[in-house]
Design a protein around this ligand. Structure first.
Ligand code: PHE
Length: 510
């Protein structure tokens, strides 16, 4: 298969694209977010809203993004420009938001890399007290948003992460399709090893009961449904401009609908395996530490799970070094293809817009990403990370809003029938008229409810939009909102900017 089709580079083969999209979807969120969401929202009963969410918004949105990228053969901003000049910003907005995300996502990968190196030390340095080790010895957390001092080990490892990302994508998607042949299956294998070992430990059943015992009454709770929609949305990397961009490199004759389904199922399967692994292991930790499962699970979410709770379990169970190494390799590889998918989306958008050299733009992106990432390597870095993550992912004008707008623009302004015809043309199975209405009405309504719910909780938890709990006038919400407004304006400016040289744009062929 030719590398360049109609002047655009190409994945070369179907597994390349599918694996790259899976690589983007399957990330840290599957390990540190899904298990906790399931556990706090009804255990195995959560699988019902989750599967519904996958059918109602996950697969339809994936198909929407694939069809737009594939039809226009352009990364997100130019793809939206095809809808109308004024809509180009809808493509830039997620690119800018995810460019912020990649700056701290890379820092978390840098922590994983440091922890991977520490895993070779015997005994493991966090064996005594993983919490104390992570916050005080490793991060040297100041407990506030202060910007003093850089943590040298994190900075060094961040430079390694950005260099690795550079070399994964610098040659284009052809190389990406080779890289993902390793970065997708290896963490699966590692997770499987950790799962088998987890379920064979004493106490595993106890932990699994916590995870899987269904609490059907939770299905009446709208919050549980919204949690499922939110998790599917985040986990499938939707509305980040990534899937549009990845699909733009697909060969003209490519099945879109089936690929969307395969990717969603692979992502779901990984989450379930990760959930079983985490809870079986935490059950074993409870027995070993002589504590109730409930207590060892406290704080077992996100950073707390990956760097405190799970490492503690690894340290107390047999063969601590071996399994720590396996765990951190898994995290690192799970995360790196998600991180470089963001970089690739930003890179392809810039290349499509300006026609400038791919490698030069990538070098600039990597250097800027590294420089911004330094913010998160300071003693207050963890708090900056939490602040920015909360706003970009859940705040008003954040990613969910982008998804909402994307549906409205493609559903009502663009000819959605054309997208449906296009996606059905080469696909094994066809989406019906229901898909158009899902995009036009159902998904925007769900995303709007999710957004209102998140913003309401954010304001409630932090005690108001302007005044936070401590009564500080410059509340973190204001900081977060200001950031989002700046990003929004920047997206509009980028949309209006007409560089001298515009790359060649191929014609629609449907
Ligand atoms: N889908 C990734 C995860 O589950 C998160 C992510 C979102 C990564 C968007 C890249 C872009 O971890």
């Amino acid at each position: 298969m030719a590398d360049i089709v109609n002047g655009r580079e190409n994945w070369g083969n179907r597994p390349g694209f599918v694996l790259a999209a899976i690589g983007s979807a399957v990330g840290l969120g599957n390990v540190w977010r899904f298990p906790y969401e399931a556990y706090s929202n009804g255990g195995s009963a959560f699988l019902i809203p989750y599967l519904v969410a996958m059918v109602v918004i996950g697969v339809p949105l994936l198909i929407l993004e694939f069809s737009l990228g594939h039809l226009t053969q352009q990364a997100a901003p130019n793809a939206f420009k095809r809808v109308g000049q004024r809509w180009e910003f809808v493509g830039w907005w997620p690119i800018l938001l995810s460019s912020i995300i990649v700056c701290y996502y890379a820092v978390v990968l840098a922590w994983c890399l440091n922890y991977l190196v520490f895993s070779f030390h015997n005994p493991l340095p966090w064996a005594q007290n993983s919490k104390e080790y992570f916050y005080n010895s490793y991060l040297q957390d100041s407990g506030s948003l202060s910007l003093v001092g850089l943590r040298r080990p994190i900075v060094v490892s961040l430079a390694v992460v950005w260099t690795a990302m550079y070399f994964c994508i610098f040659k284009g998607v052809k190389l990406v399709s080779k890289v993902v042949l390793w970065t997708v299956p290896i963490p699966w294998l590692m997770l499987l090893i950790l799962m088998v070992r987890g379920i064979t430990l004493d106490g595993a059943i106890q932990g699994l009961e916590y995870f899987l015992e269904p609490d059907w009454s939770q299905l009446k709770n709208p919050g549980v449904w919204l949690a499922a929609f939110g998790q599917v949305f985040f986990s499938l990397s939707l509305a980040f401009g990534i899937m549009i961009t990845y699909a733009s490199f697909l060969h003209r004759k490519s099945d879109l609908n089936n690929n969307a389904l395969i990717i969603a199922l692979a992502d779901f399967g990984t989450s379930v395996i990760a959930g079983i692994t985490v809870f079986a292991t935490m059950g074993a930790l409870a027995i070993k530490a002589g504590q109730p499962v409930h207590d060892v699970l406290a704080g077992s979410e996100s950073v707390g799970l990956a760097f405190v709770a799970f490492p503690q379990a690894l340290a107390l169970l047999p063969l601590p070094n071996v399994f720590s190494i396996i765990f951190f390799i898994a995290l690192l590889l799970l995360g790196i293809d998600s991180a470089f998918s963001i970089t690739e989306a930003a890179l392809a958008s810039m290349v499509d817009k300006t026609g400038w050299k791919r490698r030069s733009i990538l070098l600039v992106i990597s250097l800027v990403g590294f420089a911004v990432g330094l913010l998160f390597t300071t003693h207050g870095g963890l708090h900056w990370l939490a602040l920015i993550d909360a706003h970009v992912n859940q705040g008003f004008l954040g990613i969910i809003f982008v998804g909402f707008l994307e549906c409205l623009v493609l559903g009502w302004v663009f000819d959605i029938k054309k997208l449906r015809r296009h996606t059905n043309q080469n696909s094994d199975w066809q989406v019906g008229i229901w898909w158009e209405w899902a995009v036009k009405l159902v998904i925007p309504l769900i995303l709007l409810s999710l957004l209102s719910w998140n913003v309401y909780h954010q304001i409630k938890n932090q005690g108001g939009l302007i005044m936070n709990k401590q009564g500080e006038l410059m509340g973190t919400n204001v900081l977060g909102l200001a950031l989002l407004i700046i990003v929004f304006l920047a997206a509009i400016i980028l949309g209006l900017w007409r560089p001298h040289k515009i790359s060649q744009v191929t014609e629609f062929d449907s």
